[in-house]
Design a protein around this ligand. Structure first.
Ligand code: HEM
Length: 452
């Protein structure tokens, strides 16, 4: 655990390149830049970044453990996504307010609840794949984005009918535009009319708020309100320690946050899973055999290995609220500390033969939470981890049950940064054939139900 200190500042060494050049390297080739600098400085270095300023980048297991076990009083959030998602977003909260909100949000996303959402996800997968062409290559990223969008709108927003249709249209262009604008200086976020980017975000946001207000009103008058298990209904029923509810405005901000954090991240991981599986034919047939037999151990290990080798969020960060000691380093107040997920996952100290894609490494073993960190860690660990895991598991097992995948010797797809998530550059291309030998299992067996 990091501790507050009055010792003199002691930062790890790092490249002495001007901020603008580092900025260009991080914008154009973040993955390669981090790996190259990380290799040169053994996984821990100081770098001067645009937006963050001077930041300490870490990947060593002990430092990551210290970071993730440090109290929120010493380390604050370092993302400015909250500025576009609204003051009621988890991304806008810190300290006690953040703790109180997490306490209310964690139960709806608990692993045990996830089995209740599996049927909806499977329904969305079957609807999406009904139109997939046979025998011709196509990209899976957009189909995966539709599956994860619809799954979140139905299970988290509790949306159906006209509201579902309208949110499906409204949100896909609005969320990425708003996220891109979050990294721009505030003065550029000005409404310069209906065609300006911020003007478009604002107009969509007003319509979004109206739809959420009607979903909230409907939920409150629903005779089955108390039995509903969508996250919107659970948030409306939740109470802070002083008995007060989450305000309606904060519920709207939080739903948008859950969608922004959970939709693209899960879809890009699924596209990577397809990209990896097509290049590992032996694994593909073992997985099909396992799914047909009603098992899920190898599939779970495969999901973990896809997330290790192709993490879609490459880093997570905190800001020191005081001068702190982290391992041998003393970091001044206001400095950012970036846990590099990429470097941690590719470190030979953490994983033997780290660059190899080998799901067998996780058979009979659960990943260590301070080296396998695709969902970050500590008090800001991803709230939706169990939800994402369930969604990926249901999607992949349904695909394996329905299709035979064409395998390929072509080189792996390169990484392409989409702003929030890193996706396969060619969209996770696939070739599929409907299975004639399909062993029909419409209802998942208990062995297949998952909640990580
Ligand atoms: C494969 C899919 C996903 C990945 C890789 C992912 C990754 C992450 C990461 C790295 C963080 C930052 C954690 C930290 O700073 O320690 C995070 C935070 C968060 N994620 Fe996810 N996420 C995924 C899916 C989801 C889903 C499905 C949801 C909700 C439906 C979600 C909701 C959130 C929220 C609300 C936070 C902020 C937590 C906080 O600040 O307290 N994520 N996620």
């Amino acid at each position: 655990m990091a501790e507050a200190t009055t010792e003199p500042v002691r930062l790890p060494p790092g490249p002495k390149i001007p901020k603008a050049l580092v900025g260009i390297a991080f914008l154009t080739a973040r993955h390669r830049a981090v790996r190259a600098i990380g290799k040169r400085y053994d996984g821990t270095f100081t770098v001067n970044l645009p937006i963050f300023g001077e930041a300490v980048v870490i990947s060593d297991r002990d430092l990551i453990k210290d970071l993730f076990t440090t109290s929120g009083d010493l380390l604050g959030r370092a993302t400015n996504l909250g500025t576009v998602l609204g003051p009621g977003s988890t991304f806008s909260l810190d300290g006690d307010e953040h703790r109180a909100r997490r306490k209310l949000l964690v139960p709806p996303f608990h692993g045990k609840r996830m089995a209740g959402y599996e049927a909806i996800v499977e329904d969305e997968v079957l609807r999406e794949i009904a139109g997939w062409p046979e025998g011709q290559e196509f990209e899976t990223l957009q189909p995966m984005m539709r599956i994860t969008l619809n799954a979140i709108l139905r299970t988290v927003f509790g949306a159906q009918g006209g509201a579902l249709d309208e949110l499906r249209e409204l949100l896909p262009p609005m969320v990425p535009l708003a996220s891109r604008m979050a990294v721009l200086p505030t003065f550029l976020r000005r409404d310069l009319g209906p065609w300006s980017p911020w003007g478009r975000v604002q107009r969509s946001r007003r319509r979004y708020d109206e739809i959420i207000a009607s979903l909230i009103a409907e939920a409150r008058t629903d005779p089955a309100f108390a039995e509903r298990n969508d996250v919107l209904a659970l948030m409306l029923q939740a109470r802070y320690d002083d008995g007060s509810p989450i305000s309606d405005g904060h519920v709207a901000d939080e739903l948008l946050t859950l969608l922004a954090a959970g939709h693209e991240t899960t879809a890009t991981t699924l596209a990577w899973a397809i990209e990896r599986l097509r290049r590992h034919p032996r694994l593909l047939s073992r997985l099909t055999e396992e799914v047909d037999a009603g098992g899920s151990e190898l599939l779970q290990a495969t999901i973990w290995e896809v997330q290790r080798t192709r993490p879609v969020v490459e880093a997570t960060s905190r800001v020191a609220r005081e001068r702190i000691r982290l391992g041998e380093w003393v970091i001044p107040k206001g400095h950012a500390i970036i846990a590099s997920i990429t470097m941690s996952h590719l470190s030979e100290r953490n994983f033997a033969d780290a660059t190899a894609f080998n799901p067998d490494r996780f058979l009979g073993a659960t990943p260590d939470t301070h080296t396998w960190i695709p969902y970050g860690g500590g008090i800001r660990r991803c709230i939706g981890a169990a939800f994402a895991n369930m969604e990926m598991n249901v999607t992949l097992r349904t695909l394996l049950r329905e299709f035979e995948f064409g395998t390929t010797y072509s080189p792996g797809e390169r990484r392409h940064s989409r702003g929030i998530a890193t996706a396969p550059a060619r969209g996770g291309r696939a070739v599929v054939y409907r299975r004639k030998d399909k062993s029909v299992m419409q209802t998942p067996s208990d062995a297949q139900r998952v909640s990580a």
